[in-house]
Write a protein that binds this ligand. Structure first.
Ligand code: HPA
Ligand code: ZN
Length: 326
């Protein structure tokens, strides 16, 4: 069988996927028309042409603009089901999705609207494709602690519907330490904790995420490799890293895929996984990410199978579920 079929055929868990970042230009235009939202681009092609980024912030500006078409429960349902449909084609069997409620609350969309729409999309994806799922509520780190605490309190009645909390948006200048009390509270609510760290930010932000936020998994983590003591800590604890190769290339975290640290992470015995981050913006879903690193880094089929197994090991499925998935 060819490499494409091999990659798609590997059962995978996707652990780093921003639902709002799976909003494809076609659906974005449909929702803009349905909701009468002006988006400032005339055609799908002109919008796609704008997807060229110099940095994380450059991308985030367009990402927040794009999600302004998401207003109703139906919008969130359609967005979620479109992702599940596409993920099924890539062999995704389980997904732990991120969403950014503060970016919707600030536009007058209620948390319940967002949650109900996403959940019905996930439920339909489970029925249609057999993909299991969990939800991770992310705090926007460019906003303040009070805003994060407020959304966490608002989410408290729905905490049984959440797997965990995460931390995303502009990294530099917004260290994990800013949210230590928020994450302590989330932990006390029985929620898992993850955080973006070491994407653009320094190794110190990864240390803070571990020691001050008590995280269960690191999103990205690329720059951890600059600090040998940190590498040893991650290796010893088998702390999972949710790595996103095409995202790293598009946001210029790496200059060239051949320089991507994923191969080094595997050689260092780190618990690395491959994910798509914001597939509508970065030009590929999860199988495209596997393919990109395979080609650029010369990964063997054993490497690819290890990455796919890691994705279940690093998931928040329970032991029995992991064992039956692998
Ligand atoms: N990094 C930080 N914030 C984000 C990302 C990312 O890759 N995608 C969506 N929000
Ligand atoms: Zn991300």
């Amino acid at each position: 069988i060819c490499d494409d079929d091999f990659i798609r055929g590997l059962p995978k868990a996707e652990l780093h996927l921003h639902l709002e970042g799976s909003l494809e230009p076609d659906l974005l235009f449909q929702l803009a028309a349905r909701n009468g939202v002006e988006i400032g681009y005339d055609t799908v092609e002109s919008l796609r042409a704008a997807y060229s980024f110099e940095s994380l912030q450059d991308f985030l500006d367009l990402y927040y603009q794009g999600m302004s078409v998401l207003l109703t429960q139906e919008d969130f349902h359609d967005l979620t089901l479109a992702y599940m449909t596409r993920a099924a084609e890539d062999g995704v069997r389980h997904v732990e999705v991120f969403f950014d409620p503060q970016a919707h609350l600030d536009r007058g969309v209620a948390l319940k609207t967002v949650l109900d729409g996403i959940e019905s999309g996930l439920a339909e994806g489970k029925r249609a494709f057999g993909i299991s799922s969990g939800l991770i509520l992310c705090f926007l780190r460019h906003l303040d602690e009070a805003s994060a605490l407020a959304v966490l309190e608002q989410a408290a009645p729905y905490s049984h519907r959440l797997l965990g909390v995460g931390l995303d948006s502009s990294e530099n200048g917004h260290p994990p330490s800013k949210f230590s009390r928020v994450f302590a509270r989330a932990g006390a609510m029985g929620l898992k904790r993850v955080a973006h760290a070491g994407e653009e930010g320094p190794p110190d932000y990864v240390w803070q995420a571990l020691d001050q936020l008590g995280i269960d998994r690191i999103d990205h983590g690329n720059r951890a490799l600059e600090d040998p003591l940190l590498v040893e800590r991650l290796r010893r604890d088998q702390m999972a890293l949710t790595v996103c190769p095409l995202s790293n290339l598009k946001l210029k975290v790496v200059r060239d895929m051949a320089e991507h640290p994923l191969r080094r992470m595997l050689d260092l015995d780190l618990q690395a996984t491959v994910n798509s981050d914001d597939p509508a913006y970065f030009g590929g879903y999860v199988a495209d990410n596997y393919r990109a690193v395979q080609q650029a880094l010369g990964l063997s089929r054993e490497h690819l199978a290890k990455l796919a197994r890691n994705s279940f090991t690093a998931s928040f499925l329970d032991r029995a579920e992991k064992a039956s998935a692998i």
